[in-house]
Write a protein that binds this ligand. Structure first.
Ligand code: NDP
Ligand code: 8X3
Length: 256
């Protein structure tokens, strides 16, 4: 019988907590008694989350791609929330699904900014405190897209492959510190992900999940909660999941 960590001992920073996985993760930890720092750009949603979760939730309204804003927000936490021991670097997403020769370069730039730069600013800002206190956990939101290519995935697949390799390299760097690193790699999950990918086209986004039971934000939050509450001597390096009705393609062959 494994003795799981008491979630009440956790102070959890969740970036991108205004929707999808982030919102579900903030709720999962707060309801288990953890302190949660929930971030995002949509102030109204943060306010509603704070109202729902109460004193256990502190909200921060900033853009993760803004390095100075990230450092300022995380540097000015009230004492009750300052000793972060779980960072869920979740803010991110995909933009567009066009093949590489047609894709919008601005979408590529923006995906790199949020999924790579934003994630790095979050981790680099929060990591020294966890190393100093010799207690922490960095949870990165990768994706199956970082492992398996698909048409139109191009830069999104590339940034998530970066996230996975960064997670593994972080482990190499901080070996000896009591700080864990996990790359979470979900597949098909219904959130606002596709609405964002298709620039607000809700109809096109809904088609992605048509006729299939996709995973939900709660499904992924439960996985994050599980890896974070495993005993401290256990590091789950990677947790990968897919909807049961999603699998891999055969190699593509273009015949004459
Ligand atoms: P959602 O679009 O539902 O949520 C994304 C969250 O990220 C929102 O809270 C959004 O908040 C926040 N965010 C986006 N850009 C920024 C920014 N520049 N600064 C601060 N916050 C930002 O998507 P998901 O919950 O599905 O995705 C969460 C993560 O999981 C992403 O990294 C995504 O790539 C990954 N993922 C998603 C999968 C899926 O199928 N849904 C599968 C695998 C991985 P706001 O707009 O208020 O700033
Ligand atoms: C999101 C999952 O398969 O749409 O990361 O790329 S997928």
């Amino acid at each position: 019988m494994v003795s799981m960590l008491d979630p009440k001992t956790l102070t959890v920073l969740v970036t991108g907590a205004t929707a999808g996985f982030g919102a579900a993760t903030a709720r999962r930890f707060a309801k288990a008694g953890s302190r949660v720092i929930a971030t995002g750009r949509r102030a109204d949603r943060l306010e509603a989350l704070k109202k729902e979760l109460g004193d256990r939730c502190h909200t921060l309204n900033f853009d993760v791609t803004d390095r100075a804003a990230t450092e300022k927000a995380l540097g000015g936490l009230p004492a009750d929330f300052a000793k972060i021991n779980v960072v869920v670097a979740n803010a991110g997403g995909a933009l567009g699904l066009d093949p590489a020769h047609k894709a919008d370069l601005k979408d590529w730039d923006d995906m790199i900014k949020v999924n790579i730069n934003g994630l790095l600013y979050t981790v680099r800002t929060a990591l020294p405190g966890m190393i100093e206190r010799d207690e922490g956990h960095v949870v990165l939101l990768g994706s199956v897209a970082g492992d398996y290519p698909y048409p139109g995935g191009n830069v999104y697949g590339g940034v998530k492959a970066f996230v996975k390799q960064f997670a593994l390299n972080l482990r190499a760097d901080i070996l000896g510190a009591n700080v864990r690193v996990t790359n979470v790699e979900p597949g098909l999950a219904e959130t606002e992900f596709s609405v964002v990918r298709f620039k607000g086209d809700a109809e096109k986004a809904a088609k992605v999940y048509e006729g299939v039971q996709a995973m939900t934000g709660d499904d992924i939050a439960e996985q994050i909660f599980f890896v974070c509450t495993m005993p401290r001597h256990v590091n789950i390096n990677i947790i990968q999941s897919m909807a049961t009705m999603q699998a891999f393609s055969p190699f593509a062959i273009k015949r004459k």
